[in-house]
Design a protein around this ligand. Structure first.
Ligand code: GRF
Length: 205
């Protein structure tokens, strides 16, 4: 039997996307395994929500320089033989050196993806939904994209617009944004599990 495609989820906050992925991953086993969650925030709510999942949470805080921090993360990923990184509200930009290293370890394939709450290239970075609302956009949206060396600039995998409802509160809008994020992200996970997305396995020279 082909060994499971191994995915690490990176999260820094509430973790709704991380949980959606872990739940979907459970149903898609043994085609995929999500054995590792990397978190950089000791107080992140996601850390308290992992009971019942076969996932190890690795809290790797950045109390040192970025290079050492990322080296610690890479070591953990290597130990867990991870093929893909799924960023799910990870509030730290990965350095070009990290992204390049990851690509080298995977035969040149770009196996880091991220979910972002806007129709990229519009509104990259923080507070994307609020900025889109403030600018009077009638549609906001969600983008799943590959991670390159910029901020929310990688090739787009999937994107879906979300029309705003008149008078809708920010809270209600954010709930719809999150639901759409979960939908796009779990669909991609299913595509990976089904082999519809080519996967290069971790191979360290
Ligand atoms: C999501 O809106 C995601 O698009 C952005 O960070 C947020 C994380 O939410 N990158 P959660 O922690 O997954 O609930």
């Amino acid at each position: 039997m082909t060994p499971a495609i191994r995915i690490a989820v990176f999260a820094s906050g509430a973790g709704s996307n991380a949980l959606a992925l872990l739940q979907a991953g459970r149903e898609l086993a043994p085609a995929v395994a999500l054995p590792l969650l990397i978190c950089d925030q000791p107080t992140a709510p996601v850390l308290g929500k992992l009971e019942g999942f076969a996932v190890e949470s690795a809290l790797i805080v950045r109390d040192i320089d970025k290079k050492t921090h990322e080296a610690n993360i890479l070591e953990k990923l290597q130990e867990a033989r991870i093929d893909w990184i799924f960023l799910a509200g990870y509030m730290r930009l990965l350095s070009p050196a990290f992204v390049q290293q990851w690509q080298r370890w995977h035969g040149g394939a770009q196996q880091i993806v991220n979910i972002h709450p806007s129709l990229l290239p519009a509104y990259p970075g923080l507070d994307a939904v609020q900025r889109a609302v403030d600018a009077g956009e009638t549609h906001i949206g969600v983008t799943l994209h590959h991670v390159d060396q910029g901020m929310d600039t990688g090739a787009i995998i999937a994107q879906q617009a979300l029309p705003r409802h008149p008078g809708e509160t920010m809270h209600a809008l954010m709930q719809r944004v999150h639901a759409l994020e979960h939908q796009l992200y779990t669909r991609f996970l299913r595509d990976v599990a089904a082999g519809r997305v080519p996967t290069r396995r971790l191979r360290i020279a």
